[in-house]
Design a protein around this ligand. Structure first.
Ligand code: BMA
Length: 378
């Protein structure tokens, strides 16, 4: 009797163990890069699982500069106000493709690499956006007067070869992200974002859906299969959307996307706040459902209220909006050090600091210390 019970328990454990392994394998099969490093695959699985339990809090350029400082060791406006670093740090690599030493917001790439490593070693997440310059006119990402730029960078286009040089520089940067033992640091790459809008050269009025999808796929293919970059998860994020069909109106396909999200911002007037609530509910509903049905990770890729003019924005507007949804992280935009009104996180003396602290204390919000306990890379 005792022996047979022992075998029963043992075989149950084996079945459970193997089904766990099986689940892990089938889950990891859905990652865009089948040759992604083990830590990159682990990040995908752990983000997916942790999104069932809480929302990691992120801030763009969180540790590079803040509202009144630039490049000072150990600083972060989130930490100085709420007591801990964000669990997700957003980075911007615009101008890297030109071979510049710093990005379009004055963050030196050599500092960015060091800080990405610090974020990783704290057990937090790095996500990278790319406001890629317009290669056809040699101007910024916002130069969108033409409708042929995307076509010109695709295979066979007049700018294709030059665009590959842009991607070579990105690949070199991604390859250079290493921990102290020389292992690649996983990062989320969120490229060609807000493409349902019409303010970047890859926007909805600037190219056809097929051209957009091809641009996304070509970039993944080149980085992954030609340049052998294997430390990336690929994020797709639209601007405001009206419904699922709008969200998918330009979508490269499930084989090319790991994370799905959208960007939207809250403006000041009560009417604009109401509009924001509607847009957030639609977008969060669409991306969280789509992620659940398609084995993706849902994210709130960019949001916030510039200058924090709306009273109790964090606890009364943002928190009730995001709490009902299973999203992995939420990223607030940057606290510019050189544009006075351009900030999204309160500094300690700001009138909304208290509200922000209360928001970060909510049990569904995950800052850096709690994120480290998840063991995101294991
Ligand atoms: C925008 C603004 C700009 C910035 C750009 C890229 O939304 O914050 O000031 O240059 O993002 O980070």
């Amino acid at each position: 009797m005792r022996i047979s019970r022992f075998f029963m328990v043992l075989s149950m454990a084996l079945i459970q163990g193997s089904s766990f392994l099986w689940a892990q394998q089938t889950e990891s099969l859905s990652v865009v890069d089948k040759q992604a490093t083990p830590a990159t695959k682990a990040l995908f699985l752990n983000m997916k699982r942790s999104s069932q339990k809480g929302i990691m809090f992120g801030h763009q350029d969180a540790v590079a500069y803040g509202r009144t400082w630039h490049n000072e060791k150990g600083r972060s406006d989130v930490k100085e106000t709420a007591g801990d670093y964000p669990a997700v740090v957003g980075w911007e690599i615009g101008d890297l493709e030109l071979g510049a030493e710093h990005n379009l917001d004055s963050v030196y790439f050599k500092d960015m690499k060091r800080l990405i490593r610090e974020v990783y070693e704290r057990g937090s997440i790095n996500t990278i956006s790319w406001h890629a310059n317009n290669i056809a006119t040699d101007s910024s990402a916002w130069d969108c007067k033409q409708d042929t730029v995307v076509r010109s960078v695709l295979v066979g286009g007049v700018n294709h070869q030059r665009f590959l040089v842009y991607l070579d520089r990105l690949a070199e940067f991604f390859h250079s992200l290493k921990d102290k033992d020389g292992n690649a640091i996983p990062v989320i790459f969120r490229m060609y974002h807000e493409h349902t809008g019409a303010w970047f050269w890859w926007g909805a009025k600037q190219c056809t859906p097929d051209e957009y999808n091809e641009l996304f796929r070509m970039t993944v293919h080149y980085l992954r299969d030609v340049k052998n970059v294997h430390n990336l998860l690929y994020a797709f994020s639209t601007a405001e959307i009206t419904d699922k069909a709008h969200f998918l109106s330009r979508y490269p396909g499930n084989d090319w996307v790991d994370l799905v999200g959208f960007d939207t911002y809250c403006h000041e007037t009560p009417q604009q706040v109401e509009q924001y609530k509607q847009i957030m509910k639609i977008g969060l509903g669409v991306v969280s459902q789509f992620a659940a049905e398609n084995n993706k990770i849902a994210i709130m890729a960019e949001t916030g209220q510039e200058g924090i003019k709306v009273k109790n924005y964090y606890t009364k507007v943002l928190l009730p909006l995001i709490k009902p949804y299973k999203i992995s992280y939420l990223l607030l935009w940057r606290n510019a050090f050189n544009i006075k009104k351009h900030y999204y996180i309160p500094y300690p003396a700001h009138p909304e600091a208290k509200d922000f602290i209360q928001f970060t204390k909510n049990k569904s919000i995950i800052l850096s210390k709690k994120a480290a306990k998840i063991g995101l890379y294991k």
